[in-house]
Design a protein around this ligand. Sequence first.
Ligand code: OVV
Length: 398
Amino acid sequence: MDTTAVLPTDDTDPFSPSVLEDPAELHARLREAGPVVHLTRHDVYALSRHEHVHAALRDWQRFQSAAGVGLSNFRYEEPWRPPSLLLEADPPHHDAPRAVLSGVLSPRALRSLRGRWFAEAEELVDQVLADDEFDAVPSLAQAFPLRVFPDAVGLPRQGRENLLPYGDHVFNAFGPDNALVARGRPGLGEVSAWINAQCRRETLDSAGFGARIWSAADRGDITHEQAPLLVRSLLTAGVDTTVHGLAAVLYAFATHPRQWDLLRRDPSLARMAFDEAVRWESPVQTFFRTALTEVEIGGTVIPDGKKILMFLGSANRDPRRWSAPDAFDLERDPSGHVGFGMGVHQCVGQHVARLEAEALVTALARRVERLELTGRPRRHLNNTLRGWESLPVRVTRT
Ligand code: OVV
């Protein structure tokens, strides 16, 4: 192996507004340039091909998470909040918290929610379809998760408006300290204080995911000191992600009427459609790892301690892995996409997200014959998340 191969470089800032607005051109350029590209703006190493992103995600031994999965390197910089026990940890410390949350959010544990969430979706869709025209982001993509998820966690009603701003800020904070991060900072003290207060046992009802995390501490599966941080993971990663995932599938259908027809003919495609939308749009665009030793990838040596930026959204549209990658297509098999990550950190909440999507999309499939945009959709910019601020739509009821 020729390890002296010249390392391609690129001085684009992947967190600039224009790239966040439309990253396709940068992704294609990085994929073509080589397996690894040095991004000089932030001195990080970019992986953009499916093969290498997938391999790095599975290799927790060399690509560590404990130094943070954002640009900030916890070896040299103080984290802005106590690190997540899941996201910002490696085995073996990662294992017990992960096992607890995997159990709490397992398909089996969600079975009792299924009927209620389908009924909630029907009720919401009925209310929203009282109008033929509405904005699908606030009315559906935000309204549905906010209607079912906080209840499932066991949160009190008061203060739930803090959930979206908190998640939005956390995902911005994985990027550089740019204007998006600055915008979230003024209100952050209050928002964080509310979030942290919801993680206490006394705040949570006795039946939700939160209470089950605390019960796991009583059993000794995790410590009582770990319980509130694990609840915090639910509140951090469980709302904005699903909002943008639902917005992705709604946008996909609003712009692909033939795919909507396919779904209406066979509503059992709803779950698969959500995964295809997660592949196609990649609501979580990027995460970093840190090289735990010198790491060699495709002839390039990344020095120990350097940050490695994995472009999930690029991997999910890599023509080396997908045929017609830019097509939203219910007839493809989207499995193997890295929109939920891969390996030991793969999204622990993915069954929750899929259940929300299945409930909402199924309710819409029953009542909506045509779904179309009535104006220009507006992006919601975030350093990590790809989503919509506004999706003005018109529906034709069945
Ligand atoms: C996957 C994810 C994103 C953001 C935060 C967390 C997890 C967390 O564990 O706090």
